[in-house]
Design a protein around this ligand. Structure first.
Ligand code: MTE
Ligand code: MO
Length: 365
């Protein structure tokens, strides 16, 4: 059955593409929940979803290591300490729709606010597996490879990417086998995926089969060409794309999750909630919300995060007059970075990393 819930997702997912499967939940489905039910979690795929027999699956660990490894699922499970971390994943294309309003972005889906979500991931630390293999001194990057082949890469190429060794050795980086207390679903990377907290979702490689220690970043299309912010005048996907800056750590971001954009509601005191996420090694310091498109601001109350790598929900009450209202939100992180007002300065040909002020338009009666 080719329904929108083909992959166990809720019926009201916004499906950008069926094959490869790309879908996000409506924003209100993410509101007020520390973790996101798996059926609500966005799914971002560049190729067909592999169907891997767990008993056949092996993880190769090779490259600049003293002892190359080949691990079965059982060896991974029994040979290393089991850990669990609550992690917010965020696609670099989250909120691309806001950049599309500045200038058209051909060839990339107009993702809304829902290409981000939070789950409890369980597995083993990548650092422990790398310690078993023994990194050689020249190892500076850890590359991940998966079997799913994307037709976008020219020539077609399996998915991959890399992170610098300093990040790969962080205790938060997981080879995850479980999500929200259940075995990883197929669409989320079964049997094993990487989870790189605080970095763009693209580095959290699903259906992981190979971990390679290298002196240079991965040459995979999704590291070397895509997931870069090219010069603004570059032809998307064309020769200039690889000149851009490679995206890694997430910048502070913030969005309004309830009420929904376009909602009609009674005038008067109105509860407004959303999330803020500070990337890599930073925390959310402050969230402010505006009832009038950014002319005046109130400070929102921040919930405790479910862990150091998870988003924080915020809430406030605004007194909204009858008529049209634009509610905006902005956030600061612990390094003093703030989400920028306008998406115009952020526009880039692939539409990545929109962290401009969140805005929803409401009609109040
Ligand atoms: N891993 C593989 N093998 N293939 C992919 O297409 N997509 C990446 C990443 N890992 C991808 C992948 C991107 S761009 C994101 S944002 C996350 O997976 C999405 O993870 P999810 O589908 O579990 O939400
Ligand atoms: Mo992504």
């Amino acid at each position: 059955p080719a329904g929108v819930n083909l992959w166990g997702k809720r019926d009201d997912m916004v499906v950008h593409e069926r094959d490869p499967f790309n879908a996000e939940p409506p924003r209100t489905a993410l509101a007020g929940r520390a973790t996101t039910p798996t059926g609500t979690f966005y799914s971002r795929n560049h190729g067909p979803v592999p169907d891997i027999d767990p008993s056949e699956w092996r993880l190769r660990v090779d490259g600049l290591v003293e002892r190359p490894l080949e691990l079965s699922l059982e060896e991974l499970r029994t040979g290393f300490e089991e850990v669990e971390t609550v992690v917010t994943l965020q696609c670099a294309g989250n909120r691309r729709a806001g950049l599309n309003e500045v200038r058209d972005i051909p060839g990339e889906a107009p993702w809304g606010p829902g290409a981000t979500a939070t789950a409890r991931f369980a597995g083993v630390r990548l650092a422990d597996v790398l310690a078993r293999a023994g990194l050689r001194p020249r190892a500076a990057h850890i590359a991940f490879t998966a079997p799913d082949v994307s037709r976008l890469a020219d020539p077609p190429q399996p998915y991959g990417g890399s992170v610098p060794v300093g990040k790969a050795l962080g205790p938060e980086v997981l080879l995850a086998r479980a999500m929200n207390g259940a075995p990883l679903p197929r669409v989320h990377g079964a049997p094993v995926r990487v989870v790189v907290p605080g970095w763009i979702g693209a580095r959290s490689v699903k259906w992981l089969t190979r971990v390679t220690a290298r002196s240079e970043p991965s040459e995979n299309y999704f590291q070397a060409v895509a997931y870069r912010v090219p010069p603004a005048d570059a032809d998307p996907g064309g020769a200039g794309a690889a000149d851009g800056v490679s995206l890694g750590p997430l910048a502070v971001n913030c969005d309004i999750l309830d009420p929904d954009d376009g909602a009609r509601l009674p005038a008067g005191p109105t509860g407004v909630t959303g999330y803020a996420l500070a990337g890599e090694e930073r925390t959310v310091a402050r969230v402010e919300v505006s009832p009038d498109g950014g002319r005046s601001w109130v400070r929102a109350d921040l919930d405790e995060p479910a862990g150091p790598w998870a988003w924080q929900h915020w809430r406030t009450t605004l007194d909204l007059p009858a008529g049209e209202a634009e509610v905006a939100a902005r956030a600061w992180d612990s390094a003093g970075a703030v989400t920028p007002e306008s998406p115009a300065l952020l526009w880039n040909p692939k539409g990545y990393a929109n962290n401009s002020w969140a805005r929803v338009r409401l009609t109040c009666r």
